[in-house]
Design a protein around this ligand. Sequence first.
Ligand code: SF4
Length: 358
Amino acid sequence: MLYTRDKTRRIKLGEVELGKGAPVAVQSMTCTDTRDVKATLNQIKELNQAGCEIVRLAVPDQEAALAFRPITDQSPLPVVADIHFDARLAVAAVENGAKGLRINPGNIGSTKAVDRVVDAAKAHHTPIRVGANSGSLPKELLKKHGGPTTEAIVEAALSHVRLLEERGFYDIKVSLKSSSVLNTIAACRALAEISDCPQHIGVTEAGGITSGTVKSAMGIGALLMEGIGDTFRVSLTADPVREVEVAWHILRAAGLRKRGVEIVSCPTCGRTEIDLMGLLAKVKKELAVITAPLTVAVMGCVVNGPGEASHADVGLAGGRGQGIIFAKGKVIKKVPESDLVEAFMDQVLKAQDEYLNN
Ligand code: SF4
């Protein structure tokens, strides 16, 4: 049986439910120093505004683990502690309010250390994410499978799952990562065939905004459309707010969830008689504050423009030095190019009010 997201087991990070049909949740990770509580909270608030639903923080030392108390007390989002190798940090983060742990029990040393982490996680109902990355697989698995194969990645992750389950702990999610899109997809599919653990999916070290967006859209998008993946992070070498924006574009394109405005715009051509690119840049900036799931069209001419513009909630079709504003398929008015953004935004705000009041 394929454990698609309607069949995975349900876990809960704070108020956010994952698995067994829960909406696919958007995650990101702060890039501030976790010990700097103010800077970290500011970034968490920015991420929350952009639509992030779970946030992960690196915990390199005890000071960072203790910073979880003021951070989790004030964070609008459930905060996950990301820990490598150190059971004491994991226990401290859980006791200080972490709503999730990212740690591999197979890498934290003694059996007693694993027991301590599991006891703390059980006591605080804190789920644990385990995972495997093609770049850091154990030597014996690389030897057994002849390299970082799909089987090796899945076996590595399941060895961590086993350590938790044999202690009666089942609030587990699993991530299988590779910087190769094809390997990521193959590994996540293979896991979904044998495990009902919810999956945190993503293409790791995907790159800057352009290549990272494309790789993430391909890898995460393909899996989501097959029903695999309960939560995900778009990994970009950029401001994490960009990760959240791209994540919502992926969710919308996959037909799974909507948030904010979808912009339909034409590529421009020899028929364009207004500065459409300049207009689009201004419109995008203004639309950043709109949270209603509206569709708007910004089109360059009167050939295809009115058609698209009239199918959107709000549309704009350019002409020579002027443009036509549409709302719900009706022409609202014709305005000079200099007044287009303002007239367009008036209609967008009206459409948002209507959406929120219905
Ligand atoms: Fe060209 Fe008009 Fe199509 Fe834009 S909408 S690409 S301006 S034909």
